[in-house]
Design a protein around this ligand. Structure first.
Ligand code: MN
Length: 529
């Protein structure tokens, strides 16, 4: 059992109040889960405490850590929502509620729907901190997956691989992504996992000694240029990503040059380029293998210089060069920018606008996103080329930089981020991704034209509904089909997607083109269908 002092000890820059908050949540969670056990036979509270420790290690604030301690307390414990709100306030209740909601969307294994489900989860979360608590929760669940009944293991492992690891990647949390993948891999494909582990082991022995030599040589050369405050380490490629790469290279290990990489972490960006110069003058680089992710960060915000060189000591070696901040980002991603307190001042102004806006339910999300977004837009002119948030967030900010008032800013963000699409389920659990304000008719046509053409009725979450009903995120939609049923002209007024409209017109034998005004509206909403 993780003692509370371990959680507090892992926190960064915790104030007295922060510590008190975490201690209070720790005690309440312990009480809530008293007498409950996990599949492993351990007390349930072990899981809550372990989740909180992961969050502390990722540098999350006290609020998020407290929410992590309480994340299962309502669902599995004997604590009411009212009690959490009374003792800890709306913000912590909001995060706990969000995590609970996420748990209701389960991956049932259709890979083609994985992207939709990922987007649904991001939309459901509506606050980055909800996702991060969920990732920490999953992290501990994966570590104890062996105790879970066998028939559930594979589904959970697959969900981790297809849904949660990509979300971690999207948030720039490289270490989280790799760990989740490698924990899941053996449950998803035991044979491939074993094969990959053996391949990596062989290769490791071969390269380790050589890399130690390269490390030594580099140290001497860097010192000659006055670079003495740096550190190096050797990184082994994750098993799952090695497996994927082996598949792409026809299982030919000799074509993979980044099984082991030498990482050099230096104090400044300038040092990164100096070090690169030294590396290239010592060892011949492979053409086409050099990548400057400092000048051109990856979409998730990852920054580093990558080069692959031929060394006499260890053969072909990938070398990664970055500064401390980039290193922190590579490991912890967006979590490494989650210090709300320092950023508090920036948001005060915006906060007022948000509270007035119609989207108060989402305001927590904007409170967490906007400070970082503001920072990026402000730092844009700086030549260091440092992105302080993942690029996908930065791009969002940029797209809205020309919008004046905070209210429009927030509305615009909401449009882009959450409200363009709704994600609904078939009774079998497949996720269908539709434009907002879609109806059961759109849903039927999205599945199959025959289903739309013979649509008799629709149930949403088990209840019969009218065809005008707007579907909402997470709705389970069941279509009732009847041979004698046919589309009516009235449907054209109701449907949202051009796909449905086209099929209805066809079925009605109509041939004239869609009125221009309607087409215009559809384009503005980026209707993909
Ligand atoms: Mn949990």
């Amino acid at each position: 059992m993780t003692p509370v002092k371990d959680i507090v000890g892992a926190m960064t820059a915790a104030s007295k109040e922060d510590v008190a908050l975490v201690e209070k949540a720790y005690e309440l969670s312990k009480k809530a889960h008293e007498g409950q056990t996990r599949y492993s036979g351990e007390p349930y509270f072990v899981h809550a405490a372990a989740t909180a420790k992961v969050l502390a290690e990722y540098g999350m604030d006290a609020t998020t850590i407290a929410a992590g301690l309480l994340h299962d307390a309502i669902e599995d414990g004997r604590i009411s929502r009212e009690e959490i709100e009374k003792e800890f306030g709306k913000e912590i209740l909001f995060i706990v509620d969000g995590v609970t909601k996420l748990g209701t969307h389960k991956y049932r294994g259709a890979e083609r729907h994985a992207e939709s489900l990922r987007r649904l989860l991001v939309a459901t979360a509506s606050d980055i901190r909800v996702l991060i608590v969920k990732l920490a929760d999953r992290f501990h669940n994966m570590q104890t997956l062996e105790h879970v009944p066998e028939n559930k293991r594979r589904r959970i492992a697959l969900e981790t691989l297809e849904i949660y690891a990509p979300i971690a990647d999207r948030l720039g949390m490289g270490r989280m992504k790799r760990t989740l993948e490698d924990l899941a891999f053996p449950y998803v494909d035991p044979d491939a996992a074993q094969h990959t582990a053996e391949v990596r082991k062989l290769k490791t022995k071969e390269t380790e000694d050589g890399l130690a030599q390269v490390q030594k040589t580099l140290k001497q050369e860097l010192a000659k240029k006055g670079l003495t405050t740096f550190r190096t380490d050797i990184r082994m490629k994750g098993l799952w990503s090695l497996h994927k790469k082996l598949q792409r290279k026809n299982d030919d290990i000799s074509l993979i040059h980044d099984i082991a990489a030498l990482r050099i972490i230096v104090p400044t960006v300038e040092d990164c380029y100096t070090t690169l110069g030294i590396v290239h003058s010592l060892y011949r680089p492979l053409p086409g293998e050099f990548k400057d992710y400092i000048a051109f960060p990856k979409p998730n915000g990852y920054q580093s210089l990558h080069t692959t060189v031929v060394t006499p000591e260890a053969g072909i070696v990938e070398i990664q060069i970055r500064d401390e901040e980039m290193h922190r980002h590579a490991q912890f991603g967006i979590a490494s920018h989650m210090s709300y307190k320092q950023l508090g001042k920036n948001i005060e102004k915006l906060d007022k606008g948000i509270q007035k806006s119609r989207f108060s339910a989402l305001s927590f999300s904007w409170r967490s996103l906007i400070p970082s977004l503001m920072k990026v837009t402000k730092d844009n002119d700086e030549t260091r080329g440092k992105t302080t948030v993942p690029l996908w967030l930065a791009e969002l900010a940029e797209a809205h930089a020309d919008i004046g008032g905070s209210e429009e800013f927030v509305e615009g963000l909401k449009e882009d981020f959450f409200s363009h699409r709704v994600f609904v389920f078939t009774p079998q659990g497949d996720v269908i991704d539709l434009p907002a304000t879609s109806t059961p008719i759109d849903f039927a046509y999205a599945i199959h034209s025959d289903l739309g053409d013979h649509l008799q009725g629709a149930k949403v979450n088990g209840k019969l509904v009218s065809f005008e009903t707007n579907l909402g995120n997470g709705d389970v939609v069941e279509i009732i089909r009847k041979d004698s049923a046919h589309p009516s002209a009235k449907w054209l007024e109701i449907v949202r997607t051009s796909l449905a409209r086209r099929h209805i017109r066809n079925a009605l034998g109509m041939t004239e083109p869609t009125p221009p005004s309607r087409r215009h509206v559809r384009r503005m909403h980026k209707d993909k269908s």
